[in-house]
Unconditional design. Structure first.
Length: 127
């Protein structure tokens, strides 16, 4: 199960759209911060646009907890990444936490069924 998450992290890092799609369930749903839920062709188009338009540098990725219940697994994580537009521009650094829900396939491999994450609010300027 953690291998599937590692494949997702690597596909984002390398911008490998097809490798990313290979670990997604056909009915996957992503719930990104400040975005509508995405699934189906909308999700795939959104991911393609992101992976082809930005480079991702993982500054940290921590597996926090994993629980398996039959053919479903729940995986929580914490991350910090730097995302830079491929066309040029300033990078953005973001940290946050997330949840994967994965489903075991008949061959024993895991696929990403749901993903939700959010960025930790910046405390710069807060008192």
């Amino acid at each position: 199960m953690v291998d599937t998450v590692a494949q997702e992290v690597e596909a984002a890092k390398t911008g490998d759209v097809e490798a990313y799609f290979a670990i997604l369930a056909h009915d996957a749903v992503f719930m990104a911060p400040n975005q509508p839920s995405r699934s189906g062709e909308d999700l795939r188009g959104w991911l393609r646009e992101f992976l082809e338009g930005f480079t991702v540098e993982w500054l940290s990725f921590e597996h926090v907890d994993t629980e398996i219940d039959g053919d479903l697994a729940y995986h929580t994580y914490a991350y910090t990444w730097r995302v830079t537009p491929r066309a040029g521009g300033e990078p953005t650094v973001s940290s946050g936490k997330g949840l994967h829900v994965l489903r075991r396939q008949s061959d024993g491999a895991w696929e990403v069924l749901r993903e939700i994450w959010n960025a930790t609010p910046s405390t710069v300027g807060d008192s």
